[in-house]
Design a protein around this ligand. Structure first.
Ligand code: APR
Length: 268
């Protein structure tokens, strides 16, 4: 039975439209991809300063390749087998109904697109995308090609030869070497102007599965609040957005969002 808060949130969506979903790792948790800061999360098991920075990754490749191999194997196991879950599907459905304009995601797992979302802004990049270090051109691998690339990189990492590891990086049409197009700590995030252009138009912001702890991206929903948007926060626990939430729908996104969608459809 839908609670009062969920029904009111559904009414806001139907009445106002122009929804922007702002998502984090929690929206993919029920796909089997661990979040970062929950107990057992990625940064609980791997040091973000070692595995989330360029410097750290180069040092690992040179001095402790096995740790990097374990991290890459963990990534293949979680992302490689992860399907979009009912939360991603419900968000894509809201877009199909013409109520949601855009998803701004901090995730790199491509699951919003896999669920059918068309307008997705990936502020931290995409795990299957590569960016040329010379001409900045980007190109995408299929999931299978990407898994194949990771497995090859793991073999070369075992060789301990930095040259062979660099040679596993795909070559761009211009001849330059390409690197994974994901944003590491200390690197500039992607698509910030586009994100603010979208969030400025938002009448409702669905914050889904994010702790709201990583600046500057975490400021995006706050900007929408200042422009008068209604904030609906979906998370099993309190977040850093409690001060701006109009609605806090407590629970896993894969349960709450399908329930919210049922209420929305009943009001159309
Ligand atoms: N449904 C909804 N929310 C969930 C679920 C779930 N099933 N499971 C966990 N959560 C919530 C947690 O309560 C937490 O608030 O998801 C959030 C995950 O927070 P983080 O692990 O901090 O992930 P995120 O907010 O996406 O981190 C932002 O930090 O390290 C960087 O680049 C990384 O994009 C990431 C950024």
């Amino acid at each position: 039975m839908a609670n009062d808060s969920l029904k009111k949130a559904a009414k806001e969506i139907v009445k106002k439209g122009h929804v922007v979903a702002f998502t984090g790792a929690g929206v993919s948790q029920e796909s089997g991809i661990p979040t970062f800061r929950d107990p057992g999360g990625l940064w609980d098991r791997f040091n973000p300063m070692e595995f989330g920075t360029t410097q750290g990754i180069i040092e690992l490749a040179n001095n402790n390749p096995q740790k990097l191999i374990d991290f890459l194997t963990d990534s293949i196991n979680s992302i490689g087998n992860a399907p979009p879950n009912p939360a991603h599907i419900a968000i894509a459905e809201l877009e199909k109904l013409g109520l949601l304009d855009c998803v701004i995601t901090q995730n790199i797992d491509n699951l919003h697109q896999a669920a059918g979302s068309k307008h997705v802004i990936e502020v931290h990049g995409n795990i299957y995308a590569f960016r040329c270090t010379q001409c900045n051109e980007t190109f995408k691998f299929t999931k299978d090609d990407f898994i194949g690339f990771l497995k090859k990189a793991i073999v070369e990492l075992s060789s301990g030869s930095m040259e062979r590891i660099v040679n596993t990086m795909p070559a761009c049409k211009c001849g330059g070497k390409a690197r994974l197009d994901v944003v590491l700590f200390g690197e500039p995030v992607h698509m910030i102007p586009e994100s603010y252009m979208e969030i400025e138009q938002a009448k409702v912001v669905l914050i889904v599965g994010t702790s709201g702890t990583v600046y500057p991206v975490s400021e995006i929903p706050r900007y929408a609040k200042k422009s008068g948007a209604v904030i609906i926060d979906i998370n099993p626990r309190e977040t850093f957005y409690t001060d701006i939430d109009n609605y806090m729908l407590k629970g896993p996104a894969g349960v709450v969002l399908p329930e919210l969608l049922v209420q929305v459809k009943a009001m159309l």
